[in-house]
Design a protein around this ligand. Structure first.
Ligand code: FAD
Length: 468
């Protein structure tokens, strides 16, 4: 019965494709029209590639004709002994998604570093919060993976699926989109490349990053701002060899400085700071840069004695109630040097698309939402989008509805915004709270952090939300 329904649906799909090819050829009026697809994914970054892989591996979606268009060329990947300076902290839920599509095993076969402990502390007070895999999740807190390694792992699995319905075009710089209007019930999008090639599709998915042209073509409202900050990244050589499974983050009045573990003697730096400062840091000779970084991790910043007195009173109350007062802090590592040519800086911004969907179009990843890297959530939110989108789309195909049916698209948008928007707001609140050193604000945030650290249920809630 199910097989018959699927055959019927496929036949219908093929007929619709033929019909549309004829119509679109007449609208394109161009001999470079390359064909029609059920789904076009615009952008083959970490999110777009993972979406293509998840669709190719899903028995209900693998029969859809999918085209992945990526603007950059197909680069040969080689796992070098030096680490890349671009890494991401991946959550448990991302690991689950990657395991479900067999990608995680490829990451493990290359390299990753588990984070088993995380310590976050304030430069302007004694406030500190720590998360341990043993006390919270009974599993690793996160995993540090190089962007290139993850992308290669996804591509390895994508090639293994050998799905004849999936086409990938690299070096495909998309120039423009013609999207269907809400009154146009045929819902066909036309995608034109800079080289003149054109494709059409029923469902267009924008995975083209924070400057998404798909989002612009949708004409949706996009709330965004530039933090006037940059994330300075580098691969660091640590002064001492240790197990190195702790992620460290110190909040400075200029922004957070974070060390993410790579192996026993190396960590990856993400140092968020004001643009001018970031540019200065990039220009410094290596030794001076290392000194500045060690200062950022260790230096005593001016403190308010009133804040210190209040915090010591709060600590006393917590101890009196038999709760942790944050005294069990560990000392961060010292940095000995940086890997040659590993310093770089990336602009940081906030972005929220008020709509993730329009007729026949959906946004995923940074195209829909952009956050400050202070909580290591950006791409994890994108992978959450993929999980939701593929599940809802598979249900839609199973029940025989059109792949652009507004019900599943609306549900995708509302489910993801329910998760993404509060996460974005929480990250934004942290950013605002921590880029000031006005004593009452320092006191407020310090008490919040210290009490959260002492109360296991709140800590578990924070970790559970970050993992999803
Ligand atoms: C310093 C820093 C540290 C970070 N750390 C973390 C972290 O620890 N954890 C975390 O979860 N996130 C982190 N992030 C965020 C994370 O890097 C992003 O969320 C993620 O890269 C978004 O992936 P994406 O695939 O949605 O977009 P992108 O990576 O921007 O990919 C978009 C793709 O679309 C392609 N494209 C764009 N326009 C076109 C076009 N016109 N034609 C064809 N192709 C096109 C691009 O070539 C690109 O490949 C960090 C970000 C920064 C800057």
């Amino acid at each position: 019965m199910i097989l018959n329904t699927q055959k019927f649906l496929l036949k219908n799909l093929k007929n619709t494709r033929k019909l549309l090819n004829i119509r679109l050829l007449s609208t394109v009026g161009d001999e470079k029209y390359k064909g029609n697809y059920d789904v076009i994914i615009a952008g083959g970054g970490m999110v777009g590639c993972t979406l293509a892989c998840a669709m190719a591996k899903n028995p209900l979606l693998s029969s859809l004709k999918v085209l992945l268009l990526e603007g950059s060329p197909d680069k040969k990947f080689e796992l070098k002994p030096e680490y890349s300076n671009r890494v991401v902290a991946l959550s448990q839920n991302t690991k689950l998604l990657m395991s479900s599509i067999n990608v995680w095993q490829h990451v493990e076969n290359m390299r990753l570093q588990p984070v088993r402990h995380m310590q976050v502390w304030d430069a302007c007070s004694d406030a500190m919060i720590s998360f341990s895999s043993s006390e919270i999740l009974d599993d690793d807190v996160a995993y540090i993976v190089e962007n290139d390694v993850l992308l290669h792992a996804v591509n390895t699995e994508l090639n293994k699926t050998n799905n004849k319905n999936l086409d990938i075009v690299y070096g495909a710089k998309i120039d423009s989109y013609k999207l269907p209007t809400s009154t146009d019930r045929e819902l066909k999008s036309l995608v034109k490349l800079a080289n003149g090639d054109a494709y059409s599709c029923q469902l267009l998915i924008g995975a083209d990053g924070a400057n998404s042209a798909v989002r612009r073509a949708m004409g949706v409202q996009y709330v965004s701002w530039n933090y006037k900050q940059m994330g300075v990244v580098a691969t660091l050589h640590l002064a001492e060899e240790t197990e190195n499974t702790t992620a460290w983050q110190r909040w400075l009045p200029t922004g957070p400085v974070a060390l993410l573990p790579l192996d026993s003697k190396r960590s990856s730096l993400v140092w968020s700071t004001w643009e001018e400062n970031a540019k200065e840091l990039l220009k410094l000779p290596e030794e001076q840069f290392v000194d500045a970084l060690n200062d950022a991790l260790w230096k005593q910043y001016p403190r308010s004695s009133a804040v210190d007195a209040c915090m010591s009173w709060v600590g006393g109350c917590l101890r009196g109630a038999g709760l942790a007062d944050g005294a069990a802090r560990q000392l961060p590592p010292s940095v000995r040097g940086i890997a040659p040519a590993s310093r770089a800086a990336f602009p940081l911004g906030f972005g929220h698309s008020t709509r993730y969907v329009a007729p026949g179009v959906a946004l995923v990843g940074d195209a829909a939402h952009r956050v400050h890297p202070l909580a290591g959530q950006g791409v994890n939110l994108g992978f959450g989008d993929i999980k939701e989108l593929t599940e809802l789309l598979a249900d839609t195909v199973y029940t025989g509805f059109d792949i652009t049916h507004p019900d599943w698209m609306r549900r995708y948008e509302s489910e993801r915004q329910k998760h993404n928007v509060p996460t974005q707001l929480a990250i934004e609140a942290l950013h605002r709270l921590y880029t000031v050193d006005f004593p009452p604000v320092v006191l407020l945030r310090s008490i919040g952090v210290q009490v959260t650290n002492a109360l296991q249920p709140i800590k578990k809630f924070v970790m559970a939300h970050a993992a999803t």
